[in-house]
Design a protein around this ligand. Structure first.
Ligand code: TEU
Length: 548
C-alpha cells in the first residue's frame, strides 16, 4: 500500500521549467536533462501540468487530444523516455487530466459544431431564454459562462475560457471515453494523476439562475460527484496509484469522502480556502493584507477535520495559479531566506502529502511586471480589462495584477545567473523575474544554508520520521494570530513546531516539559529561551523533538 505520508510531489510547469532546444519554451527533453537535480532534491513524484496538444489559450488546460504530446513540448518518445529515465532515478510521473472540459478545438467539439447529435451530447448545450443565456452564471475567468452558437441556435457552457467547453458527465459515453485516456497513460507507466477542477464535473439536473453568486453553488461538489469518481477509479484500476483532485471552492465533508481510503475515490485533495485569506470579501481582484487568524483557523479546521474522519490533505502554498508564497505571506527583503524556510516548514511538517512547485525550493518571488504587455495569462488579460471597466486607473489595475496574476508563478525557473536565468538560449515565452542573478539553483546548491538545502532536509525528515508521515496533529496558541504552532505525536515520539508568521519578535509561553526537548530543525542558530518562554525571531521556525 502506498504510504502517502512519506512522499513529496514536485510540480513542474513544463513551459517554464527548462528549454532544451532554444525556442523559448520549456519541453520534455528539458525535464529529462534536469532529472538529476530532481533526484538530488529527493522528491518522489513529478506532476507535469498538461503537455497534450492544445491551442494553449489556457496554457494547455484547453486539451485538444488527451493521448498525444503537443509538438511544442516534444513527442511520445520523449514522454516515454521521461517516464523510464525517471523510474531509473526512483521518480514517478503524474499527469494532469483536465476532464471538466475540453478545448473547443477537440474533435468531439468540432463534430458537435458540425451538427453531429451524438457529440453535442458530449457537452452542455442549452436553449437560451429569448436572446439571453440559459442562466446568469459567470465564467471563472470573467464574463458569462455561456457562449451562443448561431449555427446551432444554442448556448454551450464554459466555466472557464470560451474555448474550454464543459463536458457532459451525465452521458455514460463521455465517462467511457475519459476512462480510456487514463488506461492509455497507465499502460505507458504513468504512476499518478492530478484531476483538474474535478469537483465541478457533476452539473445539476436543472439549470437555474443564481441570485446569490456566480452559479458555483449549483455545480461545486455536485449531485453525482462521488459516484462518478468511484466509477472512474474502479474501472481504470487506479486505486493504488497516487491521485489528487483539485477541488475548487469545496467543502470539508466532501473532501473527507474524496480522500478517505474506504471510499475508493482519490488519494488526496487540494483545497484553496487558505489561499483566499488575503482576498477582500472573497474577491480575488481586491487586495487585502493576509488575515493570519483566519489562515490559522482554516489550517486547524482542515488538518483536524481530515484527521478525525481519515481523509488526507495535499499540503501546498504554491502552484501555477498562485502568486509566489514568499512574496505573499513572507518577505522579499531582509527576511527573504528566513521567511521562505519558515513557510516551507510550516506546511511540510503537517499531516498530509506536501507539494513543491518549481522554484518554491529556491524562494522564487513574484514577477514584478510593470506593463500589461508582459502578461501572458488569459485570466490576467481579461481581468485587466474588467478592472479598467470598473473605473480603476491603469496603475491601480497593474498593481492588483502584480499581486494576483497567475503569471507570477509562471516565469522561467531560475537555474543560474546566466541570461534568462539559464532557462533558455532563445527568447523566453514570458520574461523571467529580474532577480535570477541572486536567486538561482547554482548559487543555492553551493550554499549549505540555502533555502534549497532546507527543503531537502524537510523531504528527508518526512521519510525518516514516522511522527511526520504518520503522526497525529494538534494545534497550540489558537488565540495568537501571529504564531502558527502545532504538535505531532506518534507512538511516544513528539514534535513541537513553532512558526512566527511575522517580521517581528514574538514571545510565547513554553511548557516546563519542553526543557527536555532538543532542536531538530530551525532557520536561526540556537533557541532563544528564558524563564518559561521562547522568543521567536522574525519569521522564525523552530522544531523541537522529545528526546530520551
Ligand atoms: O484551476 C482551477 C481554478 O479554478 C483556479 O485555480 C483558477 O485558476 C483561479 O481560481 C482563477 O482565479 C485549474 C487549473 O489549475 C488552471 O490552470 C486552469 O486554468 C483551470 O483549472 C481550468 O482548466
Amino acid at each position: 500500500m502506498l504510504n502517502l505520508g512519506e512522499k513529496t510531489v514536485y510540480q513542474i510547469y513544463p513551459k517554464s521549467f527548462y528549454d532544451s532546444d532554444g525556442d523559448g519554451l520549456g519541453d520534455l527533453r528539458g525535464i529529462i536533462e534536469k532529472l538529476d537535480y530532481l533526484q538530488d532534491l529527493g522528491v518522489d513524484y513529478l506532476w507535469l501540468t498538461p503537455v497534450f496538444p492544445s491551442p494553449q489559450n489556457d496554457n494547455g488546460y484547453d486539451v485538444a487530444d488527451y493521448c498525444a504530446i503537443d509538438p511544442r513540448f516534444g513527442n511520445m518518445e520523449d514522454m516515454e523516455e521521461l517516464i523510464s529515465q525517471s523510474e531509473r532515478r526512483g521518480l514517478k510521473v503524474m499527469l494532469d487530466m483536465v476532464f471538466n472540459h475540453t478545448s473547443t478545438y477537440h474533435p468531439w467539439f468540432q463534430k458537435a459544431l458540425a451538427g453531429e447529435r451524438e457529440y453535442q451530447d458530449y457537452y452542455i448545450f442549452k436553449e437560451g431564454k429569448g436572446d439571453q443565456p440559459p442562466t446568469n452564471w459567470q465564467s471563472k475567468f470573467g464574463g458569462p459562462a455561456w457562449e451562443y452558437l448561431p449555427s446551432l441556435k444554442k448556448w454551450y457552457l464554459h466555466l472557464f475560457d470560451v474555448t474550454q467547453a464543459d463536458l457532459n458527465w451525465e452521458n455514460p459515453r463521455v465517462r467511457e471515453e475519459l476512462k480510456g485516456m487514463i488506461r492509455f497513460w497507465k499502460e505507458k507507466g504513468v504512476q499518478g494523476f492530478r484531476f483538474d477542477v474535478v469537483n465541478l464535473i457533476s452539473k445539476p439536473e436543472h439549470f437555474a439562475d443564481d441570485f446569490q453568486g456566480d452559479g458555483r453553488r449549483f455545480y461545486t461538489d455536485g449531485p453525482h460527484i462521488h459516484e462518478y469518481l468511484k466509477e472512474l477509479v474502479r474501472d481504470t484500476g487506479i486505486q493504488e496509484l497516487m491521485t489528487v483532485g483539485e477541488m475548487s471552492s469545496t467543502h470539508l465533508e466532501d473532501c473527507i469522502r474524496y480522500s478517505n481510503r474506504k471510499e475508493q475515490e482519490l488519494s488526496m485533495c487540494f483545497n484553496f480556502h487558505h489561499l483566499k485569506v488575503d482576498y477582500r470579501d472573497g474577491e480575488k481582484w481586491s487586495l487585502m493584507e493576509p488575515d493570519r487568524m483566519e489562515l490559522k483557523r482554516l489550517f486547524e479546521e482542515w488538518q483536524t477535520g481530515m484527521q478525525r474522519e481519515h481523509g488526507w490533505n495535499a499540503l501546498f502554498w504554491c502552484n501555477h495559479d498562485q502568486p509566489r508564497i514568499v512574496s505573499r505571506f513572507g518577505d522579499e527583503g531582509q527576511y527573504w531566506k528566513q521567511s521562505a524556510k519558515m513557510l516551507g516548514a510550516c506546511i511540510h511538517l503537517m499531516q498530509g502529502t506536501p507539494y513543491i512547485y518549481q522554484g518554491e525550493e529556491l524562494g522564487m518571488t513574484n514577477a514584478h511586471f510593470r506593463e500589461i504587455g508582459q502578461y501572458r495569462d488569459v485570466e490576467s488579460q481579461n481581468y485587466y480589462e474588467i478592472l479598467l471597466g470598473q473605473g480603476k486607473t491603469e496603475e491601480e489595475a497593474l498593481k492588483i495584477l502584480s499581486a494576483r496574476s497567475r503569471d507570477n508563478s509562471r516565469t522561467p525557473m531560475q537555474w543560474s545567473g546566466e541570461t534568462n536565468g539559464g532557462f533558455t538560449k532563445g527568447t523566453p515565452w514570458i520574461e523571467p523575474a529580474g532577480n535570477y542573478g541572486e536567486i538561482n539553483v547554482r548559487r543555492q546548491a553551493e550554499d549549505e544554508d540555502s533555502i534549497l538545502h532546507f527543503y531537502k532536509r524537510l523531504i528527508v525528515l518526512r521519510k525518516e520520521r514516522a511522527v511526520i508521515s504518520k503522526g497525529g496533529i494538534a494545534f497550540l496558541f489558537q488565540e495568537h494570530a501571529d504564531v502558527l504552532a502545532y504538535t505531532r505525536v506518534y507512538e511516544g515520539e513528539k514534535l513541537i513546531v513553532l512558526n512566527n508568521l511575522t517580521g517581528q519578535e514574538i514571545t510565547v509561553p513554553a511548557e516546563p516539559a519542553w526543557c527536555r526537548y532538543g532542536k531538530l530543525l530551525g532557520n536561526y542558530e540556537g533557541i532563544w529561551e528564558a524563564e518559561g518562554h521562547i522568543t521567536l525571531r522574525p519569521f522564525e521556525t523552530v522544531v523541537l523533538e522529545k528526546r530520551g
